[in-house]
Write a protein that binds this ligand. Sequence first.
Ligand SMILES: NC(=O)c1ccc[n+]([C@@H]2O[C@H](COP(=O)([O-])OP(=O)(O)OC[C@H]3O[C@@H](n4cnc5c(N)ncnc54)[C@H](O)[C@@H]3O)[C@@H](O)[C@H]2O)c1
Ligand SMILES: O=C/C=C/C=C(\O)C(=O)O
Length: 486
Amino acid sequence: MTLSILHHYIAGEFVDSSKRFDNINPVNGQRICQVAEADKKQVNQAVMAAKEALRGPWGSMSVQQRAALLHKVADGIEARFDEFVAAEMRDTGKSLQQASSIDIPRGAANFRVFADMVKTAGSECFHTDTPDGKGALNYSLPKPLGVVAVIAPWNLPLLLLTWKLAPALAAGNCIVAKPSEETPSSATLLAEVMHEAGIPPGVFNLIHGFGPNSAGEYLTSHAHIDAITFTGESRTGSAIMRAAAEHVKPLSFELGGKNAAIIFDDADFDAAVEGTARSAFTNGGQVCLCTERVYVHSSLFERFVAALKQKAEAMKIGWPTDADTDMGPLISFEHRNKVLSYYKLAAEEGATFVTGGSVPEFGDERDQGAWVQPTLITGLSEDARCVKEEIFGPIAHISSFDTEEQAVALANNSKYGLAAAIWTQDISRGHRVARQMEAGMIWVNTWYLRDLRTPFGGVKMSGIGREGGQHSLNFYAEPSNICIKL
Ligand SMILES: NC(=O)c1ccc[n+]([C@@H]2O[C@H](COP(=O)([O-])OP(=O)(O)OC[C@H]3O[C@@H](n4cnc5c(N)ncnc54)[C@H](O)[C@@H]3O)[C@@H](O)[C@H]2O)c1
Ligand SMILES: O=C/C=C/C=C(\O)C(=O)O
């Protein structure tokens, strides 16, 4: 059976490479298709095509015209919705429910929100007094950065790729994007949609490949890249920072996390259990915002652990296409081995396994896939590696606290600072504890409730900068100040 091949999209054309890699379905380990792997020459072609396109019709297009094109891209995603859902599920094994209610709808929404926002964006203007009394006018003019390298991860492939593409394009930049090697399909479909929508050749370029010594590194170290926006592991962020250092360029980083949930004694118990199960196991724990550390007031601890265990064991781990599936496989065998190595480490570090800790057995082709059990552990010290290091799988450690001060100190005791969830019915405490969190995003009595205008990003090792609303536009366009002597 000849496998289809996913191509790059460079200068408005779909092109192959001599080198290719396999795209694997993590549900059963079967090959889905082959993917062209861009070499240095092709990455250079993509960068130069983007540079050239800045001087073409895109560079002289009005904001209204650019916004209209971005809405056409959103229309195209919606018109091919089922294809995008199928592509995302094939590459990741995520459930139909997740792909069709979060991943793909957000792909279209990301284009629409920034197409609309850029049309109403204003800029600063100051009337300046001068000694001669005639005054001066100072106004700022936002200008696109130029050629932006966009590097995306595999966990929410279309959502996170378009979360960067949409504002970057809305601000007038040209793009060279590299999706994760694990999830090439929806990005390639997006290239088709961009092409059909009439995005001018070279404005959006898509290259496939890996990170080190492959397309990712060739892209981030390219002299003609004007800015880099990256989402992925913190250590990859460090590598990209080193690669980009020589040419000094703006960086936007959305990195790793080891997020805490704090459940106070006055929490709405059922809501806290439901919300914490969702924040621990959504997308198989493969969301940067997922909870991996749960801190419960000592008065509730035993009851809460039992209730969370019940939730975890009630989850349906099944075929992605089944409407009632709660969790699919992990993204790859490599990642499953990483998560299983932490399950093993947890035991070595002395953890008590409340539930899970191994691999589900199906008795069918799924036994050839990258599956793990949702897992809850207790009993580790705060210095344990399983409590300190990001695992990025369906596992959370639960421990107890007595005072609010202890809860804040426990939650903040991390090199990461991406997100936190606080469960309390005392809203003054909610405000008070949220303000003390060393994190970029804090949810109180909810989790992953999104308003696309809000600042999204982390502190410490969790990132540099913010995405979302005007924060995105502020990164992708930088103001020049023009002073006119009157
Ligand atoms: N903060 C956020 O918003 C956010 C969102 C999603 C995922 N993440 C993080 O991403 C990680 C999981 O995603 P992942 O495994 O794809 O991350 P990863 O860092 O392994 O890879 C991310 C992307 O970077 C590329 N890459 C890897 N090494 C590179 C290099 N040296 N130069 C250039 N490109 C390189 C990869 O090919 C991929 O496209 C987790 O740590 C998760 O917390 C963070
Ligand atoms: O895995 C990380 C999830 C990131 C989500 C977003 O960036 C978003 O919802 O805009």
